[in-house]
Structures are given as C-alpha cells and as structure tokens.
Design a protein around this ligand. Structure first.
Ligand code: PLP
Length: 395
C-alpha cells in the first residue's frame, strides 16, 4: 500500500518552487527583464574557477579509483581535510572520526534529526525557519515545537525556548546566519541558550542536542558568527557548500559531531546509523576529492554585499520596513497588509515575485532573495514604489 504521508508530501505544493515556475512562465510571456524574481535562494555568483580546474585535473586520473565507492562517512582523506579546516579556523581539536561527509545541508539535517530524535520526541525550532526542518523531523517520527523569535530583531527568545523544553526535547535547531531573516545570533544569546539547555538537561536527566545549521556561515557583512560547539558542547554542526562555494546542484556538505561533548563516539555511531537507515551510501567520490583541494577557498560575498546595499537603501527610501540583514542573502520585509499571502499575490500584478512569511512559519512579512542579478534589483525599485503607492492610496 502506498504510504499516505509520502503521497501527501509529494503532492503538497512547494510555494517557493511554484513561484519560481510562475516566474519562468511569466518571463517567457513578457520578457526576462520585465519580471523581478526574488523567490529562490540559488546563488548568482559563479563557483570559483579553481573548482573547475580541479575537476579537469581529477579527470586525468585512473577512472576506476576516481569513481569508486568511498566509505559511507566519506573517504578518510576528506574527513581529515574537514577536521584540519575546523582546527585551523576554530578553537576545537576536531578529529576526522567525528566528521561525516554528506550531500549538502539537507542530508546533514535529515540524518542528524533521525540520529538524535526518537519517535514521540520533540525538536524545538525558532521561527521563522527553513520549513524542510518539519519534514525531516517528522520523518524521524518526532515533532517540531515552534518558538517565535523576538520581533523586530528576530534574535532568539531564550526564555521562551527554555519554557518550551520538556523531558521529550531531543534537540534545538539554530540557523545563523538565518534563512529567511538574515539575522546572526549574538554570542550572548547563544550563551544564554546554552546555559538554559544545560540547566534543563540536569533537571530532566536527558541529553539535549543543539543542531547548528550553517550553510551561510561564510556569507556575512562584518558581524561575528560565533562558533557554536565552543559555546554548547553537545552540538552537531551541519554544513554545506551550496551557498558558500555556489555549488547547490553538486550536493556537498558535512556533519561534525563536536569533540567537546561527553559522548562524541556514540553520537557519531548514531549519525552513521541514521545515514545507513536512510539509504545514504556516500557523497559523490569526485566531489569529495574536489573538497579536499578546495576547502580553503573563500566565499565571494562582494556581489551580495552590493545587492544588499542597493536593495536596503532603495526600500528604505520607499518607506518599507525590514530587518537589516547581517548575513546570508535574504531580506525580511514587513508586508503592507497583515495577510502576507494576499500581499505577495497582489505584488505579482507589479511583476514582483517573493515568498510570503507563512511558508516559513511567520505572519505578516515576506522574504526577498537578493542572490540575483544587480540590474534586476535596480530595475525592480520602481515596481516596489508602485506597489507601495497602490497601498498608500487605499488608506
Ligand atoms: N538549511 C537552510 C537554512 C537553507 O537555507 C538550505 C537551503 O536553502 C538548506 C539547509 C539546504 O541546503 P543544501 O542545498 O545544502 O541541501
């Protein structure tokens, strides 16, 4: 019998993809330059040239060895490369044994949730959030507990998170720099969260994991992104090269089980077992080799910095309210009516395509992905002005 939950998931519309598809159709109808598509987080900066050079070199090697299976957690050399990278940049004596190479943050997270949460348990998610968390947590038989962030800063509401922790809490997820808001959680708020988690672990006699989802770690505009394992020992770090090296289609990332926790080996076994049970064999062998050679390449954030300037300056002159983004490439803007879905629908009349906050577990805001061509942003400003005017005239 077909699994009804899977049918529901497979047939449920994905709002972001649907909007993106609408954008493609609309561009075909009226012209590329007439549609202002801020829907999707696909990096507009090309991957570094060194990545392509590396692939060309690798293709000269023995094809049998190059394309063979690697061990499921990744080849030892790739795991060493990640551990060495972590040691170079952060105050941690990372061991390769605790590194597990994945196909991007999605698999890092799906595997981590399955590893730490048993059926009936709960995972606390500060909202708004990347909504696939819910799918992956529920696939593990657990459920999510949403705790809204503090408005208008969208920093963590630590007392509310603490109040939501129960003996059933298996994990808390943090995503900083954040999608969809662009906020970076302050060191102080993470320290208070860690304190609350340690207190609750002691009170309930449980182990509560902090899952740090960090695909945007390197995309920042000057603020510090605290290294979470150094703040809370029981941290599982989920990383991806989709955004920072502009490789979203290549599916490359890793999980790092912090060496600072009291049970890193047992937790790593759970990660390996979760990967195995999900049918995850190993990440692409070719891309593991690329990672070994390209791991120190910096992210090119300049184009996003310029886009961010043009967009925030333009929208603020027009009177839009938004959260000043400290990282990632998203702008979280207040909708001009309480119903963000209706507002986003209305914006389509002005050829502006963006995602309402409802899809991220929030109300009354919308998300602009500004990882797009600079001209699209510049040319979109008159459309944002017209949209605002239409609402002002309604008052
Ligand atoms: N986590 C967050 C917060 C994201 O924004 C994304 C992708 O947009 C992912 C995870 C998944 O990324 P990946 O492409 O590495 O699977």
């Amino acid at each position: 019998m077909l699994n009804q939950k899977c049918i529901d998931l497979g047939s449920a519309p994905n709002d972001i993809r649907a909007l993106f598809a609408y954008g493609l159709q609309r561009k075909a109808e009226i012209g590329e330059d007439k549609v202002f598509d801020f829907s999707i987080g696909n990096p507009s900066v090309p991957a570094p040239e060194e990545v392509n050079d590396c692939i060309r070199r690798l293709l000269e090697e023995d094809p049998v060895a190059l394309h063979s299976y690697t061990p499921s957690p990744g080849s030892w050399e790739t795991r060493v490369a990640v551990a060495e990278h972590l040691k170079r940049h952060f105050p941690i004596d990372a061991k390769p044994d605790q590194v597990y190479i994945t196909s991007g943050a999605s698999s890092s997270l799906a595997i981590s949730f399955k590893a730490v949460a048993s059926p009936g348990e709960e995972v606390i998610v500060p909202s708004p959030y990347f909504t696939e968390y819910k799918t992956w947590v529920e696939a593990a038989g657990a459920s999510i507990v949403e705790v809204p962030c503090l408005e208008p800063s969208f920093q963590l509401d630590v007392p509310a998170i603490e109040a939501a922790i129960t003996p059933k809490t298996a994990a808390i997820v943090v995503n900083s720099p954040n999608n969809p808001v662009g906020a970076i959680y302050t060191r102080e708020s993470l320290e208070r969260l860690a304190e609350a988690m340690r207190k609750k672990e002691e009170e309930f006699g449980t182990k509560i994991y902090l899952i740090s989802d960090e695909p945007y770690r390197a995309i920042t505009y000057g603020k510090e992104v605290p290294f979470v394992p150094a703040i809370y020992a029981r941290t599982i770090l989920c990383y991806s090269y989709s955004k920072t090296l502009s490789l979203p289609g290549e599916r490359l990332g890793f999980i790092y089980v912090s060496d600072l926790m009291d049970n890193p080996e047992e937790t790593t076994f759970a990660i390996q077992g979760a990967g195995r049970s999900l049918g995850y064999i190993c990440c692409s062998a070719l891309w593991q080799r690329v990672l070994q050679e390209c791991i120190e390449l910096p992210s090119d954030v300049e184009a996003y910095r310029v886009n961010r300037e043009i967009l925030t300056q333009g929208l603020s002159e027009l009177g839009y309210e938004f959260v000043e983004p400290d990282g990632a490439f998203y702008l979280w803007v207040k909708a001009l009516e309480p119903d963000a879905k209706a507002f986003s629908e209305r914006a389509k009349d002005f050829e502006l395509l963006f995602c309402p906050s409802d899809g991220f577990g929030g109300k009354g805001w919308f998300r602009l992905s500004y990882c797009i061509a600079r001209e699209t942003i510049e040319n979109s400003l008159p459309a944002f002005a017209a949209l605002k005017k239409a609402y002002d005239e309604q008052q």
